[in-house]
Design a protein around this ligand. Structure first.
Ligand code: GTP
Ligand code: MG
Length: 138
């Protein structure tokens, strides 16, 4: 069974969308094997988004993701990595299909409510960055 790292970003938490997003995850059938609300340390954020270090929006991205509590999630299910990405929709909410989280709840790329790992390699890396083994259900 595949595991992925998901996150409700500070905009989603601040706007009270946590229960709505957890309900969508439950209805889909993913098992929540890890969950914590936390403020991300700057170093962790820079590590998490290391692939974007040279992009012009990197500073803004790190400021945003560390600017308030997030909900970090470990999700388990058949094809969970691609499946959770599909539930989120396109990075830019303007391009996201109706019914996806970003289409339904976001208007800008900079504040697009959720994160999801984009490959098995990033899922493994990001799960290890945010959770100790003992924090996850077996
Ligand atoms: P994540 O699940 O958050 O990684 O989104 P993604 O995989 O759909 O997009 P990507 O990894 O390419 O970009 C990571 C995040 O950087 C996006 O979700 C946005 O929040 C942010 N981002 C990407 N492009 C821009 C941009 O042009 N401007 C700003 N402000 N933020 C951007
Ligand atoms: Mg990404």
């Amino acid at each position: 069974m595949e595991r992925t790292f998901a996150m409700i970003k500070p905009d989603g938490v601040r706007r009270g969308l946590t229960p709505e997003i957890l309900a969508r995850i439950a209805r889909k059938g993913y098992r929540v094997v890890g969950l914590k609300q936390m403020v991300i340390a700057r170093e962790t954020a820079e590590n998490h988004y290391a692939e974007h270090r040279e992009r012009p929006f990197f500073g803004e991205l790190v400021d945003f993701i560390t600017g308030g509590p997030v909900v970090a999630l470990a999700l388990e299910g058949e094809n969970a990595i691609a499946g959770w990405r599909a539930m989120m929709g396109a990075t830019n909410p303007a391009n996201a299909a109706p019914g996806t989280i970003r289409a339904d709840f976001a208007t800008t790329t900079g504040e697009n409510v959720t994160h999801g790992s984009d490959s098995p390699g990033s899922a493994q890396r990001e799960l290890a960055l945010f959770f100790h083994d003992g924090e996850l259900l077996a």
